[in-house]
Design a protein. Structure first.
Length: 118
């Protein structure tokens, strides 16, 4: 399974960006899609996840500002990021947990850079 992430870029503090992650390849079903981020100061941390029934989970630092959603027909997840802060600057990675038959696998995208200027 390949993940194609897009939407990163440079934005001023308080601005918005929307990330997209499209999954393609052989898979029976997608269980979880999520966004993670890594900055020079931190390890890769979970930002937001969405499971098959639409249940979402957010890191405390982004709750209320970021929204994750998913288009099942397109196997695509989105991360709408509002009220961005300089501390949101990081490389954002998309992750998918999926099934092939009865086997559970996961895949990571390459990452897209988000830079928030103060």
């Amino acid at each position: 399974v390949q993940l194609q992430a897009s939407g990163g870029g440079l934005v001023q503090s308080g601005g918005s960006l929307r990330l997209s992650c499209a999954a393609s390849g052989s898979m029976s079903s997608i269980m979880v899609m999520g966004w993670y981020r890594r900055s020079p100061e931190k390890e890769r941390d979970m930002v937001a996840t969405i499971i098959g029934d639409g249940t979402t989970n957010y890191a405390d630092s982004v709750r209320g500002r970021f929204t994750i959603s998913r288009d099942k027909n397109k196997n695509t997840a989105y991360l709408q990021m509002n009220s961005l802060k300089p501390e949101d600057t990081a490389v954002y990675f998309c992750n998918v947990i999926f099934m092939i038959g009865i086997q559970v696998e996961d895949s990571w995208g390459r990452g897209t850079l988000v830079t928030v200027s103060s």
